[in-house]
Design a protein around this ligand. Structure first.
Ligand code: NAP
Length: 358
């Protein structure tokens, strides 16, 4: 068993980490850490709001027994050399200072944006750009670290990059337009989105989100050559909105392709890609990587987000686009806290262990 720690374990993503690591076949969660506010408390007390006493937990599953009484550490008390791997679920500013300290001795898999845009840092989605993982060894060498920092993408990028990959491989891509309808849990818990602002409402702006999606998608789908990633040349434009949905980001995607294509061809390519995806057999890999619905009323967050425990990207309304000469449009749903962060990070750890990069 590999010994792991989770930093930011009390937050929205951290909570998913403790669920994803419960009874894991390869990873044993030995220590958890969070801010000074939580340090020294039992996990189950630390996730209670200090003012109202409300248990701040919205997972379908109960707080796992193995972690309930675990004492939350301060970050300074984590000795990275005691672990084979550290998962971090911190805000970017905290990640910027904390992650490099750990990476000197230990691999770090991060859900934060802090290092995503650096030249020797890949943004990895298991099954999409596994070959970019070789950049982690370049990073080790560049920085003189025994470990590395391997960030996941922003949770809004994940589902879109997954669905674009089979289209890019078969038809080529000229342009992508996307509008997201993002879940509340994507904003985290400190402080998160206030109920009075979001109920009966749609908020048409999420700070920094659109820039992240635009840059990350091109890097993830870029080519790896001689130790660097060259981002794709196609253009990505998006509008990101927040909607009163608990979990699961819905996105409408318009893709102009290089070669002519019909919706049926794209469906075939997505399903073929899903069937042959490289991550089959890993403990957290879903049975279906992509599902394509013919029912025009799917995907819906309430019905579809928990399919294969939130690890499947669900596509629907796949049809020919009428504004482009060549192109399609569709709706996708991706679980922001499962495939889009904590459980996706565990899947990435499995992939890196399987490829002897950990
Ligand atoms: N939410 C999502 O769906 C999602 C998806 C993908 C990526 N992300 C990214 O993942 C990261 C975590 O997001 P989140 O939604 O889980 O945020 P969150 O709910 O606000 O949780 C933040 C966590 O960080 C801890 N923390 C705050 N300051 C700290 C410090 N100085 N030292 C150590 N721990 C500290 C908090 O501990 P306390 O509880 O003690 O304050 C909490 O455990 C962010 O970078 C976010 O952008 C989030």
């Amino acid at each position: 068993m590999l010994k792991v720690a989770v930093i930011g374990a009390t937050g929205a993503v951290g909570q998913e980490f403790v669920v994803a690591l419960n009874k894991h076949k390869w990873f044993e969660l030995r220590q958890i850490a969070a801010s000074e506010r939580s340090a020294g408390k039992k996990y189950v007390d630390a996730i209670r709001d200090p003012n109202s006493g409300i248990l701040r937990w919205h997972n379908r599953e109960e707080v796992p027994e193995y972690v309930r009484n675990m004492i939350v550490s301060k970050v300074q008390d984590i000795k990275p050399e005691n672990f084979d791997l550290i998962f971090t679920a911190l805000e970017s500013d905290d990640a910027q200072t904390i992650e490099p300290k750990f990476a000197k001795s230990t691999p770090v898999i991060s859900t934060a944006a802090a290092f995503r845009y650096e030249n020797d840092v890949p943004i990895l989605i298991p099954g999409i750009n596994d070959n970019h993982a070789e950049l982690l060894n370049v990073q080790r060498k560049n920085r003189g670290w025994k470990g590395f920092i391997a960030p996941l993408p922003n949770c809004t990028t994940t589902g879109m990059a997954i669905t674009l990959k089979p289209i890019q491989d078969k038809f080529g891509i000229e342009k992508v337009f996307m509008t997201s309808m993002q879940a509340l849990s994507g904003a985290g818990r400190s402080p998160g989105v206030i109920a009075l602002d979001i109920m009966d409402n749609v908020i048409p702006y999420i700070p920094k989100e659109e820039e992240k999606v635009q840059v990350e998608t091109k890097k993830i789908l870029g080519t790896m050559n001689a130790g660097t990633i060259k981002s794709t040349s196609f253009k990505v434009s998006c509008t990101c909105t927040r909607v009163p949905v608990l979990d699961g980001h819905t996105e409408t995607v318009f893709v102009e392709t290089k070669s002519a294509t019909e919706a049926e061809d794209v469906k075939k390519e997505m399903l073929k890609f899903s069937k042959n995806v490289t991550i089959k057999g890993l403990p957290t890999a879903p049975k279906d990587y992509i599902i394509v619905h013919d029912d025009p009323t799917r995907p819906q967050p309430r019905i579809d987000r928990e399919i294969n425990d939130g690890m499947t990207t669900v596509v629907g309304r796949l049809r020919k686009d009428t504004a482009f000469d060549n192109g399609v449009k569709y709706v996708l749903l991706s679980h922001n806290e499962k495939m889009g962060s904590a459980k996706g990070a565990v899947l990435l750890a499995e992939l890196l262990k399987d490829r002897n990069i950990l």
